[in-house]
Design a binder for this molecule. Structure first.
Ligand code: NDP
Ligand code: MG
Length: 406
């Protein structure tokens, strides 16, 4: 399969490239993009020889070309740059599947571009569905574009349902959450949290933004909105359960009370591989003569009895009061329109401010709430409208953060 990866230098992108290196007979990389990390992109290009590459700026393009010449890469890929370049890769790259692994709202326009062309999209970028799901899903129906979720909870539900359609026999979709590094903490304890602590996830190794979102629980809130759009299911039929072991990724409850769950190791290569191989499963576990992912092992269930959890798989209700981001996201999702765009843009800005030391951890959610309370939500009409609202939400969040310092 020909694969184009947008966001190749990130956590998801690198996992996908690792898969490609392990399965050269199955995956051929045809296009790769990054924002500014041209050194990492150059290494990936030297390894996978795509025909097309995209970076954010013309300076980055010059740097990438120099790096590739130094690495002896021949022939050089076509290198394009600027925000339009990502749209070109998403819509035009020679690919059977486009993996959207850009982080944040910047993923929206490329996702729309790929869906508009009726492409098959492996969607890791949850923010695009959160802010633009009301536009993306109907567009996919119109163009025949196919969206395959990569988020671990959503790929689990997708595997159980066999697609994006939620049949009438399903009563509830349940997303599990590890609870992040501060599970069980109270608000006063959270006030002292540092970026280093917030970036230490107990179960998953991910990029900084999603790791911080997991610590505030905003990530799970965004995932509720993502699930609402992907599976066309009402918020009344969506639930979150804290499951610190992170072995069960999601559950589907049927109208007769029975449940199906997907369990698996906390390794995003499984979710990415499933998006690539669907409806097949590839032999990921180590096999003869060094085949498969040699550093992957299957879940050794009996051994779980001896680890810190002593054989227990636990499920509990989230603490909506302490981790208010979850309630804010749920309310924004229920409002619909531009409310989720205000939520995610404000959150993106607040997370950036926290990670750069400008605000405290609990101020992330406080600023998001203040921004949501200030900007009214309006019905969605276009990407341009979403991006305008997003900029305004970011600007307001920043100005509220300055007021915190006075
Ligand atoms: P990372 O921060 O690790 O990587 C982000 C990627 O996007 C990098 O390649 C980065 O390039 C690129 N990028 C950043 N900003 C822009 C921009 N404005 N325009 C174009 N490209 C840009 O993120 P993750 O891999 O952790 O996450 C990617 C997406 O997948 C997110 O939406 C996340 O929520 C979702 N996801 C991630 C999971 C994980 O395990 N990591 C799990 C489930 C979902 P550069 O390196 O040059 O900055
Ligand atoms: Mg997830």
């Amino acid at each position: 399969m020909n694969l184009a990866i947008l966001g190749a230098t990130g956590s998801i992108g690198q996992s996908a490239l690792n898969l490609a290196a392990s399965f050269p007979d199955k995956i051929k990389i045809t296009a790769l993009t990054c924002a500014g990390n041209v050194e990492s992109l150059a290494r990936a290009i030297a390894c996978h020889h795509p025909k097309l590459a995209a970076v954010m700026t013309s300076r980055g393009r010059r740097q990438l070309k120099t790096l590739l010449v130094d690495l002896g890469v021949k022939p050089l890929p076509k290198i394009i740059c600027g925000p339009e370049a990502y749209l070109e890769v998403a819509a035009e790259a020679e690919a059977d599947l486009v993996l959207l692994a850009i982080v944040g709202n910047a993923g929206l326009a490329p996702t729309m571009a790929a869906v508009e062309r009726g492409r098959r999209v492996a969607l890791a970028n949850k923010e695009s569905l959160v802010i633009g799901g009301e536009l993306i899903m109907p567009l996919a129906c119109k163009t025949g574009g196919q969206i395959i979720p990569v988020d671990s909870e959503h790929t689990a539900i997708f595997q159980i349902l066999g697609g994006l359609k939620t049949p009438a026999i399903v009563r509830r979709l349940i997303l599990t959450a590890s609870g992040g590094p501060f599970r069980g903490w109270k608000k006063d304890e959270l006030k002292k949290v540092t970026p280093i602590e917030a970036l230490h996830h107990p179960c998953w190794n991910m990029g900084p933004k999603i790791t911080c979102d997991s610590a505030t629980m905003m990530n799970k809130g965004l995932e509720l909105i993502e699930a609402h759009h992907l599976f066309n299911v009402s918020y009344d039929n969506l639930e979150v359960l804290i499951h610190p072991q992170s072995l069960v990724h999601a559950l589907v409850e049927y109208i007769d009370g029975t449940m199906s769950a997907v369990m698996g190791p906390t390794d995003m290569r499984l979710a990415i591989a499933f998006a690539l191989s669907h409806p097949d499963h590839w032999p990921l576990l180590p096999g003869p003569a060094g085949t498969g992912l040699t550093d992957l092992s299957s879940l050794d269930l009996p051994r779980i009895a001896f680890n810190q959890w002593r054989g227990h798989l636990t499920f509990e209700e989230p603490d909506y009061e302490t981790f208010k981001a979850l309630s804010l996201a749920l309310a924004a999702g229920r409002s619909g329109g531009t409310a989720p765009a205000i939520l995610t843009s404000s959150n993106e800005e607040a997370v950036h401010l926290f990670l750069t030391g400008a605000i405290g951890f609990t101020e992330i959610t406080r600023l998001v709430q203040q921004t949501l309370e200030t900007l009214p939500s309006t019905p969605l009409t276009s990407i341009d409208q979403i991006l305008t609202v997003a900029n305004e939400a970011r600007r307001l969040t920043k100005s509220f953060s300055l007021a915190l310092r006075c």
